[in-house]
Write a protein that binds this ligand. Structure first.
Ligand SMILES: [Zn+2]
Length: 360
């Protein structure tokens, strides 16, 4: 039945004047804009837990121009973000700040350069080092990786042994495949024009901006962007909701950095992915989870228990339920983007081994 339906669709598309349009993959990077305050906007991709995973973009309106935090994760995404900005402001983007080097936050920067040639890109020195070194090599094979992932997703979506909600998640991933492969083709990396190590200030009477390095956490060079008058902080992927992201993290330092982040007198916290937070509850939950994993993994790692054995001995089921509830797709993401990497990074940390950016 499904096969017949697909063939019928193909026949109709061939005979239809819409055939050309039907062949172009849909824009899976499309974004929407939310006003956080009168001078701060969030430009986000809805369906945050479905691929493509796209970093939030935050726009802070200063008197003479805009400060933008992150740029979208592909050339298409960057153009979508630029279009969204132009819907609510005619001011030029003067500063583009990268929270960190992961491509879902900066591979759209080419569209910014084209739209506002005078803009300056700023990041921590560590982020620039990562963006000009092997940590960024994966970009060359990104389209193929996502093509492979979509093909795998299609097989999972058909697996009748899996819970329906999980199959649905895989089906959404498979459906986004062609758009992701098209979007991740011919990408360029745009490293920062200038860097800082501790703090970078962009003064303005209406909306001053402080860009800060509060310590290692999600990567070795996360920038946090603070608008003190608006009381908005953009955390980058130090905070990702509803499931945290742990690929290249330093668990112990991450906790300390999150506590410094909580020390800011914010009314709104815009995470690297996910909705705006208005209190510290979610950050507290992440800190508790990191403490929990370190407490379970540390003693075993120091007793030379092998990593695979550690994974069997620890119990993350209550934590998984805390983050994912009974949703099998979120439960899958909990393991895939958080728990798996967090355990290996906590293991390395306990044994004094190094987490390498781009590899983990
Ligand atoms: Zn991200």
């Amino acid at each position: 039945m499904a096969r017949t339906w697909a063939m019928l669709g193909a026949v109709l598309a061939l005979g239809s004047p819409l055939a050309a349009a039907a062949q172009a993959p849909p824009d899976v990077f499309a974004r929407q804009t939310l006003a956080v305050t009168d001078r701060v906007h969030l430009i986000y991709k809805p369906a945050v837990t479905d691929p493509p995973f796209e970093g939030n973009v935050v726009v802070i309106e200063q008197s003479a121009g805009l400060v933008v935090v992150d740029a979208g994760g592909s050339p298409v995404s960057g153009r979508d973000v630029v279009d969204e900005i132009r819907k609510f402001s005619r001011k030029p983007v003067r500063w583009l700040i990268y929270t960190h080097y992961h491509g879902d936050h900066n591979l759209g920067a080419g569209a910014f350069r084209q739209a506002w040639p005078k803009l300056r890109i700023v990041s921590t020195a560590a982020t620039r080092t990562n963006m000009t070194g092997p940590a960024m090599d994966y970009v060359r094979t990104y389209a193929k990786s996502y093509g492979d992932m979509a093909a795998f997703a299609a097989t999972q979506a058909r697996d009748e042994h899996l819970p329906q909600a999980l199959r649905d998640g895989w089906a959404r991933t498979a459906a986004a495949g062609p758009g992701m492969v098209a979007g991740y083709t011919d990408m360029s990396v745009y490293p920062a024009d200038q860097t800082f190590t501790d703090r970078f200030s962009i003064p303005d009477h209406a909306a001053p901006v402080e860009v800060m390095f509060l310590g290692r956490g999600n990567t070795d060079g996360d920038a946090v962007v603070w608008a003190p008058k608006q009381r908005v902080v953009a955390s980058g992927d130090l905070v990702v909701a509803p499931i945290p992201y742990a690929a290249h993290t330093y668990p112990g330092e991450w906790i300390a950095t999150l506590k410094r982040l909580e020390g800011l007198d914010f009314a709104y916290l815009v995470p690297g992915h996910g909705p705006v937070e208005t209190d510290r509850a979610y950050v507290d939950k992440v800190i508790t989870a990191l403490d929990n994993v370190r407490a379970q993994v540390g003693p075993l790692a120091r007793a030379d228990v092998l990593l695979d054995e550690v994974r069997k001995r620890i119990d993350l089921k209550p934590m998984r339920h805390d983050f994912a509830g009974d949703d099998p797709w979120l439960g899958f993401l909990f393991g895939a983007v958080f728990a798996g990497d967090l355990v290996s990074n906590a293991y390395k940390e306990a044994r004094g081994e190094t987490v390498i950016q781009g590899r983990g």
